[in-house]
Design a protein around this ligand. Sequence first.
Ligand code: PLP
Length: 388
Amino acid sequence: MNEIYLDNSATTPLSETVKKKMIEAMECYGNPSSLHSAGQAAEKLLSEARERLLLGFGLRPRQKDGTVVFTSCGTEATALALFGVAYAKTRRDAKRILTTDSEHPSVARAMDRLAADGFEVVRIPTKGGVLDLRAVKNALDQKILLASFMLVNNETGAVYEVGEAFRAIKARYPDAVTHCDAVQGFMKCPFTPTSLCADLITVSGHKLHAPKGVGALYLSNALIKAKKIAPFLVGGGQEDGLRSGTENVIGIAAFGAAVEELRQKKDELTAHVAALRQYAEERLSALEVRINRPEGAYLPHVIHLTLPHIKSETMLHALSADGIFVSSGSACSSHSHHPSEALLAFGLTPHEADCSLRISLSGQNTEADIDALCVSLEKNLARLVRVK
Ligand code: PLP
């Protein structure tokens, strides 16, 4: 059976360019910290990938506006950002941390831990997929240490006005540190650290046709100079002392290749996914489903649907039996049996959240994939049990 992959927000297949780069990097066995030429060859792969990520962030690598630290995943990059700033203790009386009520668990659960450790965590509403800028302004006072807002919501595709929010914070409290989880937005919607007004930005390889197990954190030079972040993995001092541990050379080289490939094909891919989204909306609107379109900006890659009283999981398995892969929510929240926090924050009832599907596109999808999805959805909408 043909497999149709429409779960690209969970993870993506490797691109052919990435596979080639990985094979090349597999031949390079040296430790990048070693001084001999085998080590230097590995270090060369790391610095090429670092430059490619900086270019992906819209920066000029030679000018050194900021730096990129490689980690084992997006979750680790975020942990370095949040715990690293909270425990750097540069401002001992600053205890307030702002975040949204619809973050990925890598941020949301880190915030729970910081709250348990005595930080005051304020969760800003994102109803309808719109970051409440007035609530951000109302939450400001001199105790603000950190704000962490995601750029693109992984379940609804909503794009939050992170730049506006961070600029408002920095205008009043320039010492506050700003972190953005851009895992779903990187190389899909245009931004730079300056446009986001972000000191720290998390990204992850496996959402961009690179392998799982590699992520990165962008850090501004100003933040590093002011020592506002402390490493939590200490040891050999790799990654400028910010993340000890021998680097995953193959994964990092692959991440760099994926970013460069997307950078080269950006315009073509943006147009392709936008056209595919429009086609999908036209086809889906003929079916008995509701598209949960965010009220503000959104990424065309993510289509969130509510089904008529059919449990997400029931439909997901029925589609899977036809070789069509979608998601019943974010891959991480599918580990828990609670309704997704992000969907409740969006405004769905627990029952609606329980009867919802996420379809997520990449440049590799075609209209034929959408046709197959709609045929299977229509068949299963007529046949599956409804729950009230
Ligand atoms: N942040 C967002 C918005 C995500 O969607 C994900 C993964 O689903 C992550 C963070 C975590 O990234 P990783 O799987 O690389 O740890």
